[in-house]
Design a protein around this ligand. Structure first.
Ligand code: NAP
Ligand code: ZN
Ligand code: ZN
Length: 351
């Protein structure tokens, strides 16, 4: 069925209105009328073709909240009228060990997981098209239930990527009471990392390059804020962190953070810069048995767990609502780290 969307036709062309084809719901499919879609930095990396293998035309958007308008005959998870979410994945092999463990983002099948946009083909064309659109058809396995109130829904959209991408490492590396947790970069991911680590009971230190975000970081739940460009402020935290989650969208020096880890501490990279980071020095890692790790989004069960936790605790993203037509201006501000703290598209502007 024909659906309005915003697409970049090439890495050089600005996003503009277009019409895309969505599949009619099959037996296990859910058709969702999109209400809100968050704007992730990955959308920008993709629309500009910054990563390898991006498919065009590109319709970004993987922080989707909407209402179910139609379901296939075998769908049991949701009903017409339900408010639901869709994140970064819309399919996976379902049979490998990772899929079996509910960690579909690490699917070991021939294609890996199917990304919500720029994903592998599944019989419906050479590309998947994301949430900068009026509607989307998704297999029920990849549809999340949203229990927040209707007034909160725009702020729920960013939980589907920014929320789960920080939640998953915080949980895996046991952020909680008695743990000192750092969050590097206060953008979409980072501001959710602060909120979630705080709600999990950890002592939270926010690292930012933007002096202007100091008070906001405290308001978001950070116990301390460090301006990462200040070597003295950094040195005051040497050998003290159990976990640091690095959300920075640009290449930077990792040693500055590795040296802040206590023995057995971990620096976990979730930011995905276009250019690689300079290689970390070996000795700070040896002398302290420190780890450098990475983490990708999160599986479907843990995404539901995070959404339920946030609904219970009243957690949403801090957002700035935009019209679909304002997306290029939003990207320009994102490149200047000037987002407080997630743009969310009101999809009524497209319809
Ligand atoms: P964002 O809103 O643009 O935030 C990134 C933050 O990083 C900025 O606000 C800024 O924070 C800091 N920063 C930016 N440029 C910097 C630089 N040159 N040096 C130091 N700090 C800098 O982006 P986002 O949506 O949170 O996404 C962050 C990254 O995570 C992107 O690369 C995105 O593609 C990636 N990502 C990965 C996953 C995953 O599964 N691993 C999922 C989603 C997104 P301060 O102003 O506080 O310094
Ligand atoms: Zn994302
Ligand atoms: Zn799999």
């Amino acid at each position: 069925m024909q659906t309005k969307a915003f697409a970049a036709q090439t890495p050089q062309s600005p996003l503009a209105e277009t019409v895309i084809e969505r599949r009619e719901p099959g037996p296990k499919d859910v058709l969702i009328d999109i209400l809100y879609c968050g704007v992730c930095h990955s959308d920008l990396h993709t629309a500009r073709g910054e990563w390898e293998g991006i498919r065009f035309p590109s319709v970004p958007g993987h922080e989707i909240v909407g209402r179910v308008t139609q379901i296939g005959g075998e769908v049991s998870k949701v009903a017409v009228g339900d408010i639901v979410g869709v994140g970064c994945m819309t399919d996976s092999c379902r049979v490998c060990a990772s899929c079996h463990d509910g960690l579909e983002q690490y699917c070991e099948g021939p294609h890996g997981f199917q990304q919500t946009y720029s994903g592998w083909l599944d019989g419906y064309g050479e590309n998947t098209l994301g949430g900068y659109s009026a509607a989307i058809t998704v297999d029920e396995h990849f549809v999340l239930k949203v229990n927040h109130g209707e007034a909160d829904l725009a702020g729920v959209a960013p939980l589907l990527c920014a929320g789960i991408t920080t939640w998953s490492p915080l949980r895996h590396w046991n952020a909680g009471p008695g743990k000192k947790v750092g969050v590097v970069g206060i953008g979409g991911l980072g501001h959710m990392g602060i909120k979630l680590a705080h709600a999990l009971g950890a002592h939270v230190v926010a690292f930012t390059t933007s002096e202007s975000k100091r008070q906001d970081a405290l308001d978001l739940g950070a116990d301390e804020v460090v301006i990462s460009k200040d070597p003295e402020a950094m040195a005051a935290h040497t050998r003290s962190f159990d976990l640091i989650v690095d959300t920075v969208a640009a290449s930077h020096d990792l040693d500055a953070f590795i040296t802040l880890l206590r023995r057995d501490g971990a620096l976990v990279l979730v930011g995905a810069p276009e250019q690689p980071h300079p290689s970390p020095s070996v000795f700070p890692m040896l002398l302290g048995r420190r780890s450098l790790a990475g983490s990708a989004i999160g599986g479907i069960p843990e995404t539901q767990e995070m959404l339920d936790f946030c609904a219970e605790k009243g957690i949403t993203a801090q957002i700035e609502m935009i019209a679909m037509q304002d997306i290029e201006a939003a990207y320009a501000r994102m490149l200047k780290s000037d987002v407080k703290y997630r743009f969310v598209i009101d999809m009524a502007s497209l319809k």
